[in-house]
Design a protein around this ligand. Structure first.
Ligand code: ATP
Ligand code: MG
Ligand code: MG
Length: 550
């Protein structure tokens, strides 16, 4: 019963608890910007933040980082909440950075009064010049020496809307020669006359990420603020602001973001795929979004398990998407109910089975568990649909399916032997004639016959028709961004294959989205969220074959 070794964040937290820091309290936060739907990378951050809190009897806040009025929307807020709950987590408080705008404004005034912030009228180009380069120190703009009074007056005017967008910014007054570029008088506020989805038109100045994030952490008394590696150089500023404003000392820690092969993982790029109609929407089953994975048939447990397996690293890496597929396959193998569906049908007629006769056979729902989770009724009759590929006119030696003179077991039913077949003018097989062995019924077989192959089928008069969607990777390149041109040029034109003439066993009419089914020999499927009783649509979640695990 070996204990899993601690990841570096768990080590930090345990050390903090040992030292009585924050009275042993652990409060993390998940801080999405509501400018898109969550993706599998966010799932990693969610599992990490909520997981750490759970492990140490702490809590996690959900904080919408809504400081950019132009790109944000309530549609995104709602989808984010839905996705987090679906993943199986419950936040302590639902908070919005915009609720802190008044407090943040007061913090800025405090800094101005301490001569630690100033209003700068320079253009973006002039500001860039003032910051210098990594090898050369920057140079003060003429506005850097403004008096406290002038700064207070101008900052208030900015807030009151007296100045147009881009005409002024508030900057921290730190050190234009600091080796860390983020410390070279970073911007704290910018003017943006834009309607905000929560604060309406109350504000026309908005705090920059660096000014909003750490201060929001501190206001909430977050103990461990976990973010991705790009923020390492921001940490000095994070600490500087908290120290100089004199507020609760939240601490920032960085881990490696999740990158995955054959996909892109940034909301900006995912939004392009949606807007330019490369996919059906944010929840297209080919998208790496949580909503896409859900619609595809991924379970919350499989995603949590994936996040657990990839662990928490301090160095960037790229995870094989095959590992995600492995995780869902492993889950569905244990939970999915078995059903029969014929994706490419051809008719099989049992000549010695009485016309008009039908019987009800039975099949276990789930052979992976004891008791099989019950059985479902499977109607059987003289005419069946079978898979076209399960018949070969000139079968090679090891083809253990159907061909002239060959015998096979029909799953949960009888052994049949092929006597004859019919072709159309184009040479396509249209009908296969067989005879069945009446005393070979599964479970009560007294025929003594041994056949090597078993194939799936559905009864023609009882079958329901459905559409099936098979998915392949959305991109042809392992790293879609590793191209000279636009990343969309590496989109896989065959990422969606629609089969519109599929026959399924009648019980599948009771399917609901999210419940996984193994279509025997064909993979794992779930009902599409847009499926209707008149037009059933199933999505293939993943194939049966495991191409990843060694
Ligand atoms: P994107 O670049 O996709 O837009 P983001 O970081 O801008 O992502 P946010 O809404 O700001 O998106 O992210 C919320 C949280 O999720 C942040 O703490 C961020 O660090 C984390 N996060 C985002 N992408 C990943 C990823 N690929 N792996 C791990 N964590 C991530
Ligand atoms: Mg962001
Ligand atoms: Mg980003």
């Amino acid at each position: 019963n070996e204990e899993k070794s601690l990841n570096f964040l768990e080590e930090i937290i345990e050390e903090d608890i040992r030292n009585g820091k924050n009275d042993g309290r652990v409060l993390t936060r998940f801080p999405p910007e509501p400018n898109g739907y969550l993706h599998i990378g966010h799932a990693k951050s969610i599992c990490l933040n909520f997981g750490l809190a759970q492990r140490y009897q702490g809590k996690t806040n959900l904080r919408f980082d809504d400081t950019n009025p132009v790109t944000e929307d309530v549609e995104y807020v709602d989808s984010i909440k839905h996705d987090i709950k679906w993943l199986g987590f419950q936040w302590e408080e639902e908070l919005y950075t915009s609720d802190y705008f008044d407090t943040l404004y007061q913090f800025a005034i405090q800094l101005i009064k301490k001569e630690l912030a100033y209003v700068d009228d320079s253009t973006p180009e002039e500001i860039a010049v003032s910051k210098g380069t990594p090898t050369e120190p920057g140079k003060a703009t003429s506005y850097r020496s403004r008096s406290i009074e002038e700064n207070l007056r101008l900052f208030e005017e900015m807030k009151e809307g007296k100045h147009p967008d881009g005409s002024k910014v508030l900057r921290a007054k730190i050190d234009l020669a600091n080796p860390n570029m983020h410390m070279r008088d970073p911007l704290l506020y910018r003017i943006k006359h834009a309607h905000h989805h929560r604060t309406g038109d109350k504000w026309c100045i908005y705090p920059m990420y660096d000014f909003a994030h750490g201060q929001s952490d501190s206001i909430e008394k977050i103990t461990h603020s976990v973010c991705t590696l790009e923020f390492i150089p921001h940490r000095t500023l994070y600490d500087w602001l908290i120290e100089n404003i004199g507020i609760f000392p939240s601490k920032q820690y960085e881990f490696a973001r999740l990158n995955m092969t054959y996909t892109v993982m940034s909301k900006r790029r995912l939004l392009q795929l949606v807007n330019e109609k490369y996919v059906e929407g944010w929840d297209d089953p080919r998208m790496p979004t949580i909503s896409g994975l859900r619609r595809r048939g991924y379970t919350p447990a499989s995603i949590r398990n994936f996040c657990e397996r990839i662990g928490v690293a301090k160095r960037e890496n790229v995870i094989d998407v095959g590992l995600l597929e492995f995780c869902i396959r492993e889950d569905l193998n244990k939970t999915a109910w078995r059903r029969m569906a014929v994706l490419d049908p051809v008719k099989l007629i049992i000549s010695n089975y009485p016309e008009g006769k039908e019987e009800i056979l039975h099949g276990e729902n789930n052979p992976e568990v004891e008791g099989g989770e019950g059985e479902r009724a499977i109607p059987f009759s003289r005419e069946l649909w079978i898979e076209r590929e399960d018949f070969m006119e000139n079968a090679p030696k090891k083809f253990f399916r159907l061909g002239p003179g060959l015998s096979v077991r029909l799953k949960n039913a009888y052994i049949v032997t092929c006597d004859d077949f019919v072709k159309d003018d184009a040479g396509n097989i249209t009908e296969i004639y067989c005879s069945y062995i009446p005393n070979s019924k599964s479970g009560e077989d007294t025929s003594g016959l041994k056949v090597k192959g078993t194939i799936h089928w559905v009864s023609v008069p009882h079958a329901k028709r459905a559409e099936v969607r098979l998915y392949d990777r959305l991109f042809k390149l392992e790293n879609p961004l590793a191209t000279e041109g636009d990343f969309k040029e590496s989109i896989n034109p065959e990422s969606l294959q629609i089969l519109d003439n599929v026959y399924i066993e009648p019980d599948l009419a009771n399917a609901v989205p999210g419940k996984g089914y193994q279509f025997i020999r064909k993979g794992y499927f779930t009902l599409d969220t847009r499926s209707t009783t008149e037009h059933l649509v199933f999505n293939r979640t993943v194939g049966l074959r495991d191409t990843w695990a060694k």
